[in-house]
Design a protein around this ligand. Structure first.
Ligand code: NAD
Length: 420
């Protein structure tokens, strides 16, 4: 099984980051092994009636990295590249992220290899309900609480709640987070990840002595994370000069109107062709001279070659794993880029998911202002702790963030002991 996981590029990346950090922490071999490998890996075949009368079999996975610190938490991804190794890598990162943020969770992730862009809403609903049905014995508010990720959204979560509630014979909103508000979702959850990306980016700018009104940014990806990161940066006074999605990239040197861009994407399905913007090569966009570069799309977007050419001052990793280990090494050696690693930068999503879960358990709801204020308090404290740790231990921000998370988990493992 270890070989199958390590054959996946993204898992290899997560494992390499883990090994490097375990070495830094001087973790003993037995704790190291227990922390590195996932606790449970589940795979399901999912037959679905398609609109043209065919029955198509999809494959879905759920990986629960550790259950030592509480129930597990992590998104569900619908994308053609989904495979068990990638899901396991994302679950491992979720594990360190929850521990870094001191949330009472382990990490998990799920996904189905499919292309939702080519499926009707009815096909997506049937696929989701079938996946939910298979997952039901393994998820729940005390075991594993899924949420949206790439290719899924609040509607996907609503179908899971409905399937779970129908089976249970009662309304069970706590089974997932990232739900619509009318199903006891949390105010502020939709924009939470992007808001957190912008919040940590502006905190980094302030450490570098750059005023947001004089700052510029580029955002890769205009889905849930990228669109709200771009919008919040714009509201903070930052000129968002470049934005891309899977179809292409656009540029305006005076700053793009992100609210208008959102309308354009809703109408046309892509950022391409937006008024008051010119087309730019998506790779070229990434290496323009701006203050903040926020990759908010997929893994391994920043290669070694690109890392050498980057001209940003802050690299805010909205996506999970957007920087390859080779690129990471270059960025660390260069020393002129303030890295906000993914487990810190995009932790706003799981943090507000945690608030949603707490509200569900208590049958109580907070206002958006309360939620965002609690989010900012937690993110600011963790950001400052991370930077202080990196300064004190003279290490890069990636190692600092992972070390804080991994140490938290390793300590729990040591204290609980090994059964039997
Ligand atoms: P999404 O499906 O809403 O959006 C993804 C966006 O990326 C789309 O605009 C898509 O067109 C774009 N994209 C895909 N391939 C691209 C490419 N090669 N170049 C440029 N753009 C490309 O997904 P999301 O929820 O915004 O997630 C994005 C990233 O953030 C993922 O890595 C995800 O794991 C991570 N993340 C998401 C959340 C969340 O709450 N949704 C939380 C934490 C981390």
């Amino acid at each position: 099984m270890k070989e199958i996981l390590l054959a996946n590029e993204t898992f290899g990346m997560a494992a390499e980051q883990f090994d490097r950090t375990a070495e830094f922490l001087e973790l003993n071999e037995s704790v190291r092994e227990r922390c590195k490998w996932p606790k449970r890996m589940l795979s399901f075949s999912l037959p679905v009636h398609m609109d043209d009368g065919r029955t198509e079999v999809f494959f879905g996975h759920r990986v629960q990295h550790h259950l030592s610190r509480g129930p597990v938490k992590g998104g569900i991804r619908y994308h053609p590249s989904v495979e068990i190794g990638e899901v396991a890598a994302l679950a491992m990162w979720m594990n360190w992220k929850c521990a870094l943020m001191k949330l009472p969770y382990g990490g998990a992730k799920g996904g189905i290899a499919c292309n939702p862009r080519e499926m009707s809403l009815g096909e997506q609903e049937r696929l989701t309900r079938r996946f939910a049905q298979e997952l039901l014995p393994f998820i729940g508010e005390d075991i594993d609480i899924p949420a949206p990720d790439v290719g899924t959204n609040a509607q996907t979560m609503a179908w899971i709640v409905d399937t779970a509630s129908t089976q249970a014979g009662r309304f069970t909103p706590g089974v997932v987070t990232g739900k619509p508000l009318e199903l006891q979702g949390s105010a502020g959850r939709t924009q939470a990840t992007g808001h957190g990306v912008a919040f940590t980016a502006t905190r980094a700018l302030s450490r570098l002595g750059v005023k947001t009104n004089n700052a510029s940014a580029v955002v890769q990806g205009f889905g849930n994370v990228g669109s709200y990161a771009a919008e919040t940066l714009m509201f903070d006074g930052v000129k968002v000069k470049g934005v891309s999605d899977v179809s292409g990239a656009i540029w305006n040197d005076n700053g793009l109107d992100i609210c208008g861009l959102r309308q354009h994407v809703m109408k046309t399905g892509s950022v391409v062709g937006f008024d008051n913007s010119e087309a730019i090569d998506p790779q070229e966009m990434m290496i323009q001279k701006v203050d903040v570069l926020a990759p908010c799309a997929m893994e391994r977007a920043i290669s070694k070659v690109m890392a050498e050419k980057l001209q940003c001052r802050v690299l805010a990793e909205g996506a999970n794993g957007p920087t390859t280990p080779e690129a990471d090494a270059i960025i660390e050696e260069r020393g002129d880029i303030f890295l906000i690693p993914d487990v810190m930068c995009n932790a706003g999503g799981v943090t507000v998911s945690y608030f949603e879960w707490v509200q569900n358990l208590q049958r109580f709801s907070w206002t958006e202002r309360e939620v965002i204020s609690k989010l900012e308090t937690l993110m600011a404290a963790t950001f400052d702790r991370l930077v202080a740790f990196a300064e004190a231990r003279k290490c890069g921000h990636r190692v600092a963030a992972l070390a804080l998370g991994i140490k938290e988990v390793a300590d729990v493992k040591k204290t609980r002991g090994l059964y039997p």
